[in-house]
Design a protein around this ligand. Sequence first.
Ligand code: SOE
Length: 406
Amino acid sequence: MSTTEHEDESATSPPRLGVGMVGYAFMGAAHSQGWRTAGRVFALPLRPELAALCGRDRAAVGRAARQLGWAAAETDWRALIAREDVDLVDICTPGDSHAEIAVAALEAGKHVLCEKPLANTVAEAEAMVEAARAARERGQLAMVGFNYRRVPAAAFARQLVAEGRLGTLRHVRVTYLQDWLTDPASPLTWRLDKSKAGSGALGDLGAHVVDLAQYLTGEPLVGVSALTETFTTERPVPEGSGAWLGSTGAGGRLGPVTVDDAALFIGRTASGALASFEATRVAAGRKNALTLELNGSKGSLSFDLERLNELSFHDHTEPAATSGFRRILVTEPEHPYLHAWWPPGHGLGYEHTFVHQARDLVHALASGEQPVPTFEDGLQVQRVLAAVEESAAKNSVYTPVPQQTS
Ligand code: SOE
């Protein structure tokens, strides 16, 4: 890794930023990685300290704290946010507790990072935005964790769009495909329970791609039309919870799945580009396939999360005979975040997005500038998800009818 980030550092250590985190499963582990690593790679104006980790099970949270590098463990999130050594509360719990914890933490004077989706409902997200606005007046900051904005290739794609290299945008084409629910015997975890998760593939994966589409285009989605489906309506009730997607051994009892397995929707951006989205957790063979293509009057971009060090770019202003999609290896020091990492060609991965997220947030906290994505951005995504659900519920699908021959 490059040493240049550290060369400017003065001998004195930067002031500490005490982080307290609620939740320690998949996202908690990913955020921990970010907090642990950011200050070792980037020269940060504040020194993140992993002060305390919170979870309900005393033994399990103690084990997780030791494994993930947290100094202390708490079993009550209210005790966590009351701690004097915690300046920022990082929320990595299922969506049903985001609003309550975030609002309480902001009211207690803490900064907040909240994992996506911001909340389970628009009403909750609105309350969070209100609390964040009031806290902003007091100098506290809040950010939502859409980590894929921090893939260097995605951040670079945003730069190219903002510079006008694509011209007027016409198409936004996005998919986010996973397959961990393909097997009907896959257990009924919290991610399949509407009261906990808000929605299924829609909120879990669709939220990411809606945010990414809005971030890359710089425009909100202004209208959507959707189909959703739950292919497996009952699944075995799990006997224990697993570290990643909760897939530990399941018992014989079946319980109802109350969320979508898949969501398909189309939409329009504010400037009139047509957008299409597909989010599913039952696309056999697709592990974490987030693909994105933008087509504009001057060029196109395409990206695949399973090849996240690459970005394909077609410059339509070049002579037709030699133009075409070029693969850009996004590992140069000029690319976003890459100056602090490895020499060109030595790529990054999924976990680095959380390091970049922690880095950007620390810089914002030190400068007092509002970090992005804001809670307002999270609310906008939530509104799109709600519109998708409303459209799908109306099921306004037209049946092809044979032409009348007289
Ligand atoms: C599960 O589908 C999941 O962990 C999502 O919840 C994350 O947000 C995504 O980054 C990876 O997949």
